[in-house]
Design a protein around this ligand. Sequence first.
Ligand SMILES: Cc1ncc(COP(=O)(O)O)c(C=O)c1O
Length: 319
Amino acid sequence: MNTLTSNLHSMLTTFYRPTEERYKILIEAKAFPSDHASIDPAKALLTVGPREGEPCLRTEDILKVIDDNKDIAVVMLSGIQYYTGQLFDMPTITKHAKEQGCIVGWDLAHAVGNVPLKLHEWDVDFACWCSYKYLNSGAGGIAGLFVHEKYANDTSRPRLAGWWGNQKENRFEMSPVFRPSEGASGYQQSNPSVLTAIALLSSLQVVAEAGGVEQLRCKSIGLTFYLERMLHQILADHFQAGHVKILTPSEPNARGCQLSLEFPEKMMEVFDGLYACGVICDERKPTVIRLAPTPLYNSYQDVYRAVTCLKKIMDKVYE
Ligand SMILES: Cc1ncc(COP(=O)(O)O)c(C=O)c1O
C-alpha cells in the first residue's frame, strides 16, 4: 500500500506516542533520508553510527545506545543499510529494545526479497518496505507494511486513516464512521494503483516459483561469496594499491546480496566503464559502487564476467 516514505509517516503517527520520559526516536546516523525526514530532529532524533574509521555499525554499540538512553520511545533502523549493505541483527536488536520498553520498527527497503524475515517471530511492532529493489516491481511500485498481529484490533492509537482501510464488508456503505480492517490492511488509505499492484503480483509469483526467499537466499549466499572471492583474487593488485575496498561485512549473516565497493578516487570513471560493459550496478557518490548479484536472475557466470570487466576498467583507469 502507498509508498515507503508515506508508510513510515503513517507508522510513526500510530506508534510514536511521546511522553515526558520517552520521546526520542533512534535511527542510524546515515539512514536513508526518508527515515530522517519523518522525524523532528530538534526534539526527537537520536542517532547511532559506526565507530571512527569503521564503515559498519556494531550490534553491541546499538544495544549500548539503547541501554544508555532511557528516553527512547521508538527504535527505527533499516534491516539492510542501503549504502554499506550491512544486514543488522534484527532479532537481537528487536529483543533488546523491546526489553527496554521501546517500540521497534524496521525500514526493510533493502532486506525484503533479499533475506528471510520473521517479523512476527521477532516481535517487531511495525515494518515498511518498497517493492522495487529485490521484489522487482519497478521504480515507484507499491510499498508494503507490517503491523504485528497483536495490534489487530487496537483502535486506541491515532492513524492516518483512509476509506480503503475500512473493513471490506462495509467499505462501500460510505459511512462517515471509520471501521478499520484488522491489522496492516486497516492502514491503507487509498485505492491502490492496479498497474503497480499487478507488477508486484507477477514478481511475487516468480519469486514463489523459484522456491521463495529462503531458497533464493541459499543461492544468494553462494553468489555473493563468489563475488567477494573473485574480487579479491582478480583485483588483488588494486586492493593492495588501495584503489578499492569492500565496505560490506564479509560474514554472510551480516549482509544480503549487495557488496558496496569503495573507490577513494575515480569512482565515476569506473562506474561509467562498468555501465558501458553492460554491468548493471549503481553508484552512490562520492565513492561507492553497489554490486548486487541477485539470485533470481543472476548466475555465477554473470558474476565472473562483471569482475573481469571491472579488472579491465580498473587497469585502464589507474594505469
Ligand atoms: C532504505 C530506504 N528507505 C526509504 C526509501 C524511500 O522509498 P520511497 O521512494 O518508496 O518512499 C528508499 C528508496 O530507495 C530506501 O532505500
